[in-house]
Design a protein around this ligand. Structure first.
Ligand SMILES: NC(=O)c1ccc[n+]([C@@H]2O[C@H](COP(=O)([O-])OP(=O)(O)OC[C@H]3O[C@@H](n4cnc5c(N)ncnc54)[C@H](O)[C@@H]3O)[C@@H](O)[C@H]2O)c1
Length: 470
């Protein structure tokens, strides 16, 4: 047999093997080519077009229906009660007492009572209401995509909690439905609106860090006190059954905006590595069950290469006694930013001496002094933060970032602007779940990150928050 024929035989065997490996985990099959694992990118259905920069007609008010009123949902109801030109039309949960509790939030905030939907499938009726513009989904992860897809099919815009989707098939369902219906589907990734992240993004966009080379993000949060609180134990069950970074979006969101994903850049491939699962099974045992085959490694790391030659590093650990951290770090040719465990900036040189009381002290090896950092945070405060900060601190929600997220969504809908986070962000950031699993199951082999825009990733040049008049 010739050398090339042997190679072909080996390659075909690898394709079959890898495809077989993926069966049962998701609908997505994958194959290996040129040393990289590639998942299937479904063709865009005929007559369908992308929703990059989607603009819909401006609205007089935003009429909302909420589904899922457990730990997270009620605070969203409270925040919306504090946003002008919104109207809360309907509330839905499996449990009547949770709907009741949310009704009380409306009353307490001087809002009229909303229609109530109780039970397993009452959410469908909520989605069918003609007087709703936005369906806001705060359920467990298993329900996100079925609800989001159905809501869009009923002609609604959708806001869905993180992660929007659990696997690639679900990511593609969101993308295809948003494109088919030409509707907004925003994942509620709130961490992109935290004050340090917003300001640092503004500084990056104004070139303070030079060319960005590397960004980091993570979700490091010991969930020990929370595992028993999730309805039906959905969260620990999911971790028990799924290997990979199943909750990547808090780290991904701010990092992705810094490197302009699908706004002139895209992720090309990733590799992942995880530690063994030791604490995970212990958490299951605490619930009185044995866990023979806990899938999610206690610590998962992912490295991503982008089209523009930048690297991204994402981590996940929800098991161990570490201080809370979303990492949030960027390295540029002229500067560096870091949020956890403490906020700081470092620069090769500080370009603007007007903000540096004592700039002689600066060196490329140190963080700038606190007063310089504070002056920078003031000077480069993001316009969105300038406008919303005071009210955000009053209303709250993770220190205010949740309020900014909701206010921006309402603002963009009222003014017919493209949203800050679109369906491709939702798919890209959520896709790490299954893509990292595939890499892990193949000895950390590189896995191609699909281009969810199917060719439109270079249409927009740079990440942008749209304002009235643009
Ligand atoms: N962005 C953030 O900072 C943040 C923080 C916490 C949670 N979350 C996300 O919010 C979502 C909800 O988390 P949680 O902690 O509130 O979970 P939870 O288990 O406390 O609440 C889920 C709620 O959904 C309801 N529900 C489930 N199936 C339903 C159905 N068929 N119809 C109607 N209601 C249904 C449940 O009854 C429950 O009240 C998750 O996606 C989670 O990842 C995000």
């Amino acid at each position: 047999m010739k050398k090339s024929s042997i190679y072909l035989v080996l390659l075909s065997a690898a394709v079959v093997l890898l495809s077989a490996c993926s069966s049962g985990k998701s609908d997505g099959k994958y194959e290996i080519a040129d040393g990289i694992i590639k998942t299937v990118v479904p063709e865009r259905p005929e007559g369908q077009k992308d929703v990059v920069g989607l603009r819909l007609p401006p609205m007089d008010s935003v009429r909302v229906g909420f589904i899922g009123l457990g730990m997270r949902g009620p605070d969203a109801v409270r925040r919306y009660s504090n946003i002008d030109r919104t109207s809360i039309k309907a509330l839905c949960d499996k449990h009547a007492d949770r709907v009741e509790r949310a009704q009380n939030i409306l009353t307490d905030n001087g809002r009229p009572a909303a229609a109530e939907y109780v039970g397993d499938s009452a959410w469908m009726e909520l989605c069918q209401r003609p007087d709703i513009d936005l369906v806001y989904i705060c359920t467990d992860w298993n329900n996100h995509v079925p609800m989001a897809v159905y809501a869009m099919e009923q002609g609604k815009n959708v806001a869905v909690e993180v992660p929007a989707a659990q696997n690639l098939d679900e990511c593609w369902q969101l993308v295809n439905t948003a494109e088919k219906m030409q509707k907004h589907c925003m994942m509620l990734e709130n961490c992109v609106y935290d004050f340090f992240e917003l300001t640092t993004l503004n500084m990056a966009q104004q070139g303070l860090f030079g060319d960005i080379l590397h960004v980091e993000g993570s979700y490091i949060h010991n969930l020990e006190d929370f595992w028993n609180e999730y309805e039906g134990n959905w969260r620990l069950d999911f971790n028990e059954k799924h290997r990979g970074d199943v909750y990547a979006t808090h780290g991904m969101g701010p990092a992705a905006q810094l490197v302009n994903l699908h706004r002139g850049n895209k992720m090309n491939y990733l590799v992942a590595m995880d530690s063994k699962a030791l604490t995970g099974p212990k958490m299951v045992e605490r619930q009185g069950r044995k866990s023979e085959n806990f899938q999610n490694g206690d610590h998962t790391m992912t490295m991503i290469m982008t089209e523009n030659g930048q690297t991204m590093h994402i981590q996940h650990d929800v098991m161990n006694p570490r201080p809370y951290s979303r990492m949030y770090q960027l390295t540029g040719t002229e500067g560096f930013a870091n949020k956890y465990p403490f906020e700081g900036y470092a620069f090769r040189e500080l370009r603007d001496s007007t903000v540096a009381p004592d700039h002689q002290n600066l060196s490329a090896h140190d963080f700038v002094p606190v007063e310089v950092k504070d002056a920078l945070l003031q000077k480069y405060k993001h316009p969105i933060q300038i406008e919303l900060e005071e009210r955000a601190k009053e209303v709250g929600g993770h220190g205010g970032m949740d309020f900014i997220m909701d206010s921006r969504l309402v603002y963009c809908l009222l003014n017919g602007l493209p949203l800050d986070e679109d369906v491709y962000d939702a798919a890209e950031w959520s896709s790490l779940g299954e893509l990292t699993r595939i890499s892990l199951e193949n000895n950390s082999a590189p896995v191609e990150v699909p281009d969810f825009t199917r060719g439109a990733w270079n249409k927009l040049k740079g990440y942008h928050h749209y304002m009235v008049g643009e």
